[in-house]
Design a protein around this ligand. Structure first.
Ligand code: ATP
Length: 345
């Protein structure tokens, strides 16, 4: 296969397993985000792909070749870390051309490639500028260009945008994704920011405790989370308990939900429903009775918190859809069965 395969990769430190039997195939040209809470093993996995850490077991295969024993500098990688590690005393151009210089490229080849890369990162004309005089976002782009100078087979980034303020980070996410699309380079980014992963990735790999909990497209992860951990980590969700009554109907918060099915043989499960799928209505016999405890009007969206059947449920709508809900109001909560994802407990 053209691309990257992680074949049952495990990494232990003493008796602690940081990465546990990870198996993943990444087709050439895919943008992957490794996503998960702090300590779940994302960086350790990326460092093994980079050759900075040796797997305890398993193999890393790039374009059909086992690169597990190949040292970092021979893996043809581009890497960007949170710290960027630019050379502060060098100009923008000299930073970008550095990897070419140490590989012995001619002066002309260095100049040509540096100019191409400067155009790619929208910094044409900045070659002679000292790095110290750049803004945070410009430095980020220079670090990316330097990593791409050798036209690597794999582009690896560890929390590359986390030092930037929120607005700039969002703009850079779009820029990074567009750059990757233009180059078609297989890219793996470590992040703990689910919005960042949803913005950039073709393939989101959600990790927990060193294991892959789910690897799928952003929308599939959002719409069909594999378990409660993934559902809760990606976006916000309402996690509720489903049981069955004596007639076999699914019961959520004391109310039977027609059309909702539990897995065969299960009498209990978890249910995830996104806030935008929770409808609020007048109290009625087919709805779950509740009371509005808080309304957060964010201008573009209104989040309504409802206490119902002993649980707190969040519902999101636009101001046009929900003009007049007030704190203390009695409402009926409707959970459309087609929007409910039943998860194993
Ligand atoms: P973060 O988002 O906080 O960077 P992460 O998901 O990238 O977290 P890792 O840095 O991969 O997590 O670490 C996974 C686990 O392995 C952590 O519990 C960490 O303490 C442990 N670990 C990482 N490197 C070593 C090491 N060299 N020696 C011992 N334990 C380590």
């Amino acid at each position: 296969m053209s691309g990257l395969s992680l074949n049952d990769i495990t990494k232990t430190f003493g008796d602690f397993t940081a990465v546990d039997n990870v198996r993943l195939d990444v087709p050439h040209g895919t943008f992957v985000c490794l996503l998960g809470p702090s300590g779940c093993g994302k960086t350790t996995l990326l460092r093994m792909i980079a050759g900075l850490e040796e797997p305890t077991a398993g193999a890393i295969v790039l374009d059909g070749k086992d690169i597990t024993p190949v040292p970092t500098h021979k893996r043809e990688l581009g890497m960007v870390f949170q710290s960027l590690a630019l050379f502060p005393h060098l100009s923008v151009g000299d930073n970008i051309s550095y990897p070419l210089r140490i590989r012995g490229a001619s002066r002309d080849a260095q100049k040509k490639r540096t100019e191409e890369l400067l155009a790619l990162i929208h910094l044409s004309g900045y070659a002679d500028r000292p790095v110290a005089k750049l803004s945070g976002g410009q430095r980020q782009r220079v670090a990316i260009a330097r990593a791409l100078a050798i036209s690597p087979k794999l582009f690896l980034l560890d929390e590359p945008l986390s030092a930037l303020d929120a607005k700039l980070r969002e703009a850079m996410q779009v820029e990074l994704r567009q750059l990757q699309q233009k180059l078609g380079i297989t890219t793996i980014v470590v992040t703990h920011d689910q919005r960042e992963a949803m913005t950039m990735a073709d393939l989101v790999v959600v990790m927990g405790n060193g294991r892959i909990r789910q690897a799928a497209s952003p929308i599939e992860i959002y719409r069909k989370p594999a378990d409660a951990f993934v559902a809760d980590f990606i976006g916000s969700t309402n996690l509720l308990e489903v049981t069955t009554d004596s007639a076999g109907r699914a019961i959520v918060l004391g109310q039977a939900i027609a059309g909702l099915k539990l897995p065969a043989g299960a009498s209990k499960a978890s249910l995830s429903i996104r806030p935008e799928d929770v409808h609020l209505d007048m109290p009625g016999k087919d709805a779950i009775g509740g009371t509005v405890t808080f309304v957060r009007d964010l201008g573009g969206t209104i989040e309504t918190f409802v206490e119902a059947g002993g649980a707190s449920i969040v519902s999101v709508a636009t101001p046009r859809e929900r003009p007049n809900v007030k704190q203390g109001q009695k409402v009926g909560v409707v959970l459309p069965p087609e929007s409910c994802v039943v998860l194993p407990q």
